[in-house]
Design a protein around this ligand. Structure first.
Ligand code: AMP
Length: 286
């Protein structure tokens, strides 16, 4: 496994690999890696000759009052995890390498970025789309792996690739969870033992709503109330910022469930804001 810190060096490695006819997989991350990230790297390593993992805590996607400077970091441990999962190149650029000048060019995906997380974190998705655009220009023609854990992000990246003709095939990967059902996240490290246990209610509530939907309840409002009531049983978990029931492809809210829908929520548990979601279609629980 090679570790690079510059874009030019990374291009060099990828150009050489492409010249040998090798396929490239790209796994963008912000580091402090866990089994969720490892699953993306493993998937890429299984489907491509070369897997480029990037580790970059992107300042553009943090608001002034968010946790940029305290975002957890452990590069040594991350590199071990990358190697074990099958990464062949890891790019760990610093902020000056990624943004040598104050940035004047940004990418934003309207509409899809305005609801749910976008409504609570105004510039977050433009920051994300901008850095992902840069990473796609670094990775070049490739498959790129993103987790369904950040479902809205995945939908935005897919749309950006389509709108701007990036030579990238986006691959969505399932949510990896802790034993208690909590979706793995680098920010779970902020949770106390009690909060960690309490946060399992998010997945419990989503699963319960999905089961209700599969047993015939198609009223989105009833399902949303059901979720909110279950979450309210855990005093350490705040009332959700939102519980959205949306079409799985367009992310448009639905009043009555039909076809593929996604139930998506975000809530505060102590310090971190946690996200989770579940897919519901005619006969499957994801
Ligand atoms: P992050 O480092 O949080 O920016 O995440 C990098 C990538 O890993 C994104 O595509 C996330 O959706 C994905 N990811 C994070 N947590 C999980 C998880 N628990 N299961 C699957 N993918 C995840």
């Amino acid at each position: 496994m090679k570790v690079t810190t510059t874009i030019a060096e990374t291009w060099g490695l990828l150009d050489a690999a492409r010249a040998e006819g090798k396929s490239i997989g790209l796994v963008p991350t912000m580091g402090f890696l866990h089994a969720g990230h490892a699953s993306l790297i493993k998937e890429s390593a299984a489907e491509n000759d070369v897997t480029l993992t990037t580790i970059f805590v992107n300042p553009l996607q943090f608001a002034a009052d968010e946790d940029l400077s305290e975002y957890p970091r452990d590069l040594e441990r991350d590199l071990r995890l990358c190697e074990d999962a099958g990464a062949t190149v890891v790019l760990t650029p610093n902020v000056e390498e990624m943004y040598p000048y104050p940035i004047l060019t940004t990418v934003s995906v309207s509409e899809l970025s305005e609801t749910m997380e976008g409504a609570h974190r105004p510039n977050h998705f433009a920051g994300m789309a901008t850095v992902v655009s840069k990473l796609f220009h670094i990775g070049g023609r490739c498959r790129a792996y993103f987790g369904e854990k950040d479902y809205q992000q995945l939908a935005i990246v897919r749309r950006m690739v389509s709108d701007l003709s990036f030579p990238v095939q986006v691959v969505g990967c399932p949510i990896i969870r802790e034993e208690n059902g909590l979706a793995m996240s680098s920010r779970n490290t902020y949770l106390s033992i009690e909060q960690y246990a309490a946060a399992a209610v998010l997945n419990r509530a989503l699963r319960s709503a999905a089961e209700l939907a599969l047993s015939g309840e198609s009223d989105a409002q009833i399902l949303r109330s059901h979720i909110t009531e279950i979450i309210a049983t855990e005093p350490l978990v705040s009332a959700p910022d939102y519980v959205a029931i949306v079409d799985a492809h367009s992310l448009k809210p639905v009043d009555r469930l039909a076809g593929d829908v996604r139930i998506i929520l975000a809530t505060q548990v102590g310090r971190p804001r946690l996200l989770d979601n579940i897919g519901v279609s005619i006969s499957t629980l994801v």
